[in-house]
Design a protein around this ligand. Structure first.
Ligand SMILES: NC(=O)c1ccc[n+]([C@@H]2O[C@H](COP(=O)([O-])OP(=O)(O)OC[C@H]3O[C@@H](n4cnc5c(N)ncnc54)[C@H](O)[C@@H]3O)[C@@H](O)[C@H]2O)c1
Length: 246
């Protein structure tokens, strides 16, 4: 196990990609706090980690709200210890014709998908600076690399995350802390299933003829969190079955 003794926070850890990342980091030995708006989802993730012999904490809260983030950070430190790994995964999506987008819808998208990762990182970075070691892994989206019809607000928010990754990576490069992003593409999660995407039709035109699994993202996440990935920073590691080759 490569992450024994480390504490990880996974935002949106109660479903899909966030749950898979939580389980995988725990399998590598990390104690994992799953933060999620959905209390039941977070609790189920913690239950699965503990059933496999790992250490976990489920916290219900909004990963885009400064006060709730501060409370979740405090409880995570108190119950598990200082945080070494942060996976900024919580996100929302949306499919709306551009001219029909309301200011509220645009702002909520940016609040959850962009401001949330900024605030969570600000809340937990002091632990990593104190330790001289840290891993920040941002879950962006292939839609930021290719563009996505009816998803201007979503893809713009994820493009911001790719730029955030690069700039923060430069700021932290000489402090033992790496910052990378994974842009998933077409991963079979509750988010994909709730979307208007026709999974069978998309599978037919995708190189591997199938959607990805949350575990595919989790494997990349575990690698970026590892000691071995210490010279990798500011990078975009596409996990998309060959759908996007920038
Ligand atoms: N599934 C895909 O194909 C795909 C593709 C590209 C990017 N992504 C990104 O991957 C990430 C995870 O997506 P998923 O497919 O697993 O979705 P999901 O809907 O299955 O899981 C997202 C989780 O985040 C939580 N969440 C949402 N807003 C939150 C908030 N403000 N605070 C705390 N928790 C919050 C939800 O409750 C949910 O449990 C998202 O950032 C998404 O944009 C997914």
């Amino acid at each position: 196990m490569t992450l024994a003794g480390k504490v990880a926070v996974v935002t949106g850890g109660g479903s899909g990609i966030g749950r898979a990342c939580s389980l995988r980091l725990a399998r590598e030995g990390a104690a994992v706090a799953a933060w999620d708006l959905n209390a039941e989802g977070a609790a189920e993730t913690a239950r699965q980690i503990e059933a496999a012999g790992g250490r976990a904490l489920a916290l219900a809260g909004d990963a885009a709200d400064a006060e709730q983030i501060a409370a979740m950070a405090e409880r995570t430190r108190r119950e598990l210890g200082p945080v070494a790994i942060l996976v900024n995964n919580a996100g929302i999506t949306g499919f709306t014709p551009f001219l029909e987008l309301s200011r509220e819808a645009i702002l909520r998208m940016l609040e959850v998908n962009v401001v949330g990762p900024f605030l969570c990182t600000q809340a937990l970075l002091p632990d990593m600076l104190a330790a001289g070691w840290g891993r920040i892994i941002n879950i962006s989206s292939s839609s930021a690399q290719t563009g996505a019809r009816l998803m201007t607000h979503y893809s713009a928010s994820k493009g911001a995350i790719i730029a955030f990754t690069k700039s923060l990576a430069l700021e932290l490069a000489d402090k033992g802390i790496t910052v990378n992003n994974i842009p998933p593409g077409f991963i079979d999660t509750p988010m994909l299933r709730a979307s208007p995407v026709d999974i069978a039709a998309q599978s037919a035109v995708s190189p591997m003829k199938r959607p990805g699994r949350p575990e595919d993202i989790a494997a990349a996440c575990a690698f970026l969190a590892s000691e071995e990935a210490g010279y990798i920073t500011g990078q975009t590691l596409g996990v998309n079955g060959g759908r996007v080759m920038p």
